[in-house]
Design a protein around this ligand. Structure first.
Ligand SMILES: Cc1ncc(COP(=O)(O)O)c(C=O)c1O
Length: 444
């Protein structure tokens, strides 16, 4: 089968320039290990774990078999008023892996749903404690928390707000973005130390403006992933935790990208040594194989909501999804977590991170239009200056050029991101970096 045999008419692709796609379709038909097969039979090296999802690599027998076994045992069961054994097992494993007393797991199906779930938990928590006035949420510029109206409102991605900004949630504000392109354009496996106190604006401007007693929660990605792998300055997350504690504000980490190993630890919370009140996850929890998301919250959040006196038939937290704790997704999650542990894949991600960071800096720093390179954990971003065709045009051209030469990279505006599966080998890192470097030279 070639690309020309595929009927393109009926599928509307997400986050894709559909008109351009139809000029030159890109269709995958298979995947194994680090590679895709395309409709015309060529191989593509997956440099981004397929949207940061496939931490353990593609087509893992252990996960496939667990899914098949689950399908033959309990394919689906109602998510409301009942649990299923696999959901309890997955929740127990996630709680055991999570730092501090993050130990109550609420399942959903995606990172977007996780954002809305965490925000609703924050509102329910404050109301249970007699502080129902706390309805302000603070996100961060260029933060990404998915595409639901809650997540999009606390998010700060201009492109996502362009069409829908008129219907965003009220009572939302944003921290300023974390990037110093002048003094810290090049970062290789070490957090930048900013001369300025980056959170002074929160203490001196945002909190007094809204009054801290009205703020429900602050939500951030520990590392800004979708924007293009931007790293917080040293001490930033610790200080954010302290400010939240001082004012009774809940802290939510969106770890949809950083969770389950990307930082060489189970979570970025472990990497940075900061425990949030709620932690959102998705993607690598099932190796991307079956959609799953969720929020793991600290005992005090859950317990406050449960402590409201209610009759036996009344639901304490009116929220949930048909597919919350889907047995097949939970079987995939259990098998994925076993695989991550058995193969020591967090340690492997930690070991391969500097290999990637060093390779990218050595081969790409100084190439035309390169204005920043940031590497931490097993991910690296190369930022190019925008061309006169507009923001994102150069990044998109480099993405297409890499694909032509057999490597999938991710373009986020004019950032090119590499975030391979944790099982990546050094020669594969060298290949993806070399293809990216050549593409940057050709497209420039
Ligand atoms: C930090 C973060 N939150 C939320 C989401 C949204 O996840 P989903 O696409 O599964 O809704 C993403 C997706 O990339 C993400 O990176």
């Amino acid at each position: 089968m070639g690309h020309s045999d595929i009927k393109l008419d009926n599928l509307w692709l997400p986050f894709t320039p559909n008109k351009d796609f139809h000029q030159s379709p890109r269709v995958f038909t298979g995947a194994d290990g680090m590679y895709f097969t395309t409709a015309d039979g060529s191989k593509v090296l997956d440099g981004v774990s397929s949207l940061w999802c496939v931490g353990a690599g593609h087509n893992r027998r252990e996960i496939n078999e667990a899914i098949y076994k689950q399908l033959q045992t309990l394919d689906y069961s109602t998510a409301f008023q009942f649990g299923n054994d696999r959901a309890f097992e997955a929740a127990q494993m996630i709680a055991a892996l999570s730092p501090g007393d993050l130990n109550k797991v609420f399942f959903c199906t995606s990172g977007s749903e996780a954002a809305d779930t965490a925000m609703k938990m924050a509102l329910a928590y404050h109301r249970a404690r007699g502080q129902g006035q706390r309805g302000v949420f603070i996100g961060r510029e260029r933060g990404y928390h998915g595409v639901g109206f809650g997540g999009m409102s606390v998010g700060g991605i201009g492109g996502n707000r362009k069409l829908f900004g008129s219907a965003m949630l009220p009572h939302v504000d944003h921290l300023r973005f974390i990037h110093d392109p002048v003094n810290h354009a090049y970062i290789n496996s070490e957090l930048p130390v900013f001369a300025e106190d980056w959170l002074l604006e929160l203490e001196q401007r945002l909190l007094p403006l809204h009054d801290p007693s009205n703020v429900a929660a602050i939500i951030v990605e520990p590392v800004a992933g979708s924007a293009g792998w931007y790293l917080p300055p040293k001490g930033y997350l610790q200080r954010l935790r302290e400010i939240c504690d001082k004012h009774g504000i809940l802290l939510i980490f969106d770890e949809v990208i950083t969770g389950f190993g990307r930082m060489g630890k189970p979570f970025a919370a472990d990497y940075f040594g900061v425990v949030p009140d709620m932690l959102n996850f998705a993607k690598c929890v099932t190796n991307g194989v079956v959609p799953m998301g969720g929020v793991v919250c600290r005992a005090h959040v859950h317990d406050a909501i449960m402590s409201v006196p209610t009759p036996a038939h009344v639901i304490e937290f009116s929220h949930g999804y048909t597919y919350s704790g889907h047995p097949v997704a939970c079987a995939a999650a259990v098998a994925t977590m076993k695989l991550l542990a058995d193969e020591k894949l967090f340690e492997r991600a930690a070991a391969m991170g500097p290999v990637l960071g060093n390779a990218v800096h050595a081969a790409i720093k100084g190439l035309p239009h390169v204005i920043s390179i940031r590497a931490l954990g097993l991910a690296a971003a190369v930022e190019l200056s925008p061309s006169d065709k507009g923001v994102g045009a150069r990044g998109y051209a480099v993405f297409l050029e890499c694909l032509k030469h057999g490597v999938l990279v991710r373009s986020a505006g004019d950032n090119l991101v590499l975030a391979p599966a944790y099982v990546v080998e050094k020669p594969q890192i060298e290949q993806m970096v070399d293809v990216l470097a050549q593409a940057i030279k050709r497209v420039a």
